[in-house]
Write a protein that binds this ligand. Sequence first.
Ligand code: Z5A
Length: 209
Amino acid sequence: MTIGRLITIEGGEGAGKSTVIDAIRGLLAGRGREVVATREPGGTPAGEAIRAILLDPTRSLLPETELLLMFAARAQLVRETILPALARGAVVLSDRFTDASFAYQGGGRGMDMGRIAELERWVAGIKPDLTLLLDLGVDQGLARARGRGGEPDRIEREDSAFFERVRTVYLARAASEPERWRVIDASRPVDEVVTQVRAELDAWLESLP
Ligand code: Z5A
């Protein structure tokens, strides 16, 4: 029986998560695995409605509201999509997961990490098997995100200091759990980033029982 796996892609603004996910879907499918790609916040009809509230730049949300809405969308995604896909033996590729709550709400907003860990245990209940952190400097990431055009969303409107705290938490989490995380230097051209991600993924897949 094939064992399902959860792979998450994390990073700050404009790190290239969507670009990398598009590139690695084919690699996994080429190995004969069912691939289910999803994103957070969102990924289900209810989760996408919650995402619209979370990112609406005209709304003012308390940090507690923001955190709980992130986990409300996650509860729906885990039970509706991720757990059934893992039970079928699929590889789930998620553009962000619970680590983003530690980085953005814990680091960015300064919320209590213990509370977030409690929510992780209660609401998410699962941890990724592998997490790819696309790391790059805050200024470079913000420049890329702005280069895409369009109005910044509610969270993208935060200042550089907020995103520096987000990056610090991501790097600390990666350093504290190196068997789960792979840190990718995302400041390089897309083809170099994708080549390294493919190599990391190949090595990891080979190492699986
Ligand atoms: N959030 C949270 O606070 N708490 C949580 O628990 C969760 C999320 C789950 C929505 O996430 C927001 O929710 C996010 C975190 C917060 N807020 N912020 N800020 P999202 O993932 O949907 O939004 P995002 O982080 O803003 O993603 P993004 O800006 O779409 O970034 P991306 O997917 O990592 O990048 P991309 O779209 O692939 O690339 C961005 C641009 O750069 C694009 O024009 C690419 O062509 C270009 N690009 C990509 N890679 C490269 C390289 N290597 N070189 C040059 N140019 C590149």
